[in-house]
Design a protein around this ligand. Sequence first.
Ligand code: EPU
Length: 347
Amino acid sequence: MSQAAPPTGSVDQICDADLTSLNTLRLPARAHRLARPTTLDALSQVLAERNPAEPLFVIGEGSNLVIRSDLPGLTLSLAIDGMAQVKEDDTHVWVAAGAGVHWDDLVDWTVEQGWQGLENLSLIPGTAGAAPFQNIGAYGVELSQVLEQVTVMDVVTAQVDHFAGHECEFSYRDSRFKSRDRGRYIITGIELRLNKTPQCNVSYGPLKARFGHLSQADISPAAVREHVIAVRQSKLPDPAVLANAGSFFKNPVVTKEQGDALKVRFADLVAYAQADGVKLAAGWLIEQAGWKGKRLGPVGMHSEQALVLVNHGAATSADVVALAEAVRADVQATFGVSLEQEPVLLP
Ligand code: EPU
């Protein structure tokens, strides 16, 4: 368990900072000024010294970003560290982590303790602070299911506040921080509630195939984590090896009528019933539209998972935008379905 950072903290500040290594798509861009505060105090000091008129951007490890051009003003990348158990009862533990903690270090540590809840979210790139922003999800689990509260700092007043999970307005890859309160708060830490007695969720296809025949008592979070890592590594490119920002589009939700009509035309359509319609597998749509493994200039759609846009080297944001537009247009023309981009565009 790492120690919480000291209360005063420090701030690394760099002018004209290169952001190429701070975005996993490896798009070339610079930040006018980049600051990396290590504590809440240090963050409030940076905010107090900032000209409120200058633009402000917050990035984690840049694993869900498309940086279109240089960032003016101030860019913050929080280095608030520390993860610790803060509370427990007979059945649960509560765990807190600083926004700057590498997400998978948190998953790894909790699974090592035998606590259950994060194992399906193994190996997702990025920081703990970025996790609630887009309500990360994988293999049948979303962060919202285990999130107790989010600690935030108001960018104008530097006041610290807490939002309980149910106040975060979570939905599929969305939260109030990404939508209606965008730019208002900086997420500085998270608190999660995990199970002491494992009740692993193995309902998602590849997990069901591996664990479906076992009773809960025989399924450990460590085994689920190991399998999730193997499945991810078989399909998803490691951003350290092949630059990418994970799924480039959301899985679109269409009406039940539209889903039924598509099923008549495309018998093997991959679709999941939802309360509000039918969710389609965007990767399947993109593959059927002919883009799996296909390149346009230095970028392409991944050969193992068509939903992931990859940078084969030296791509610019214009290359990314051109490919995304071409894919969107072909999926629209083939299926009449509109794809929504998943990574955040900056500035
Ligand atoms: N499929 C294809 N071709 C492809 C890719 C997928 O036909 O090239 C079909 C397959 O039938 C497959 C189905 O789509 O069974 C679903 O694919 P997968 O299990 O890989 O999941 P996904 O819906 O493509 C979502 C998340 C991923 C997450 C996985 C696993 C979104 C936008 N993406 O992908 O999250 O890891 O489920 O839960 O919801 C991310 O957000 O960056 C991300 C990687």
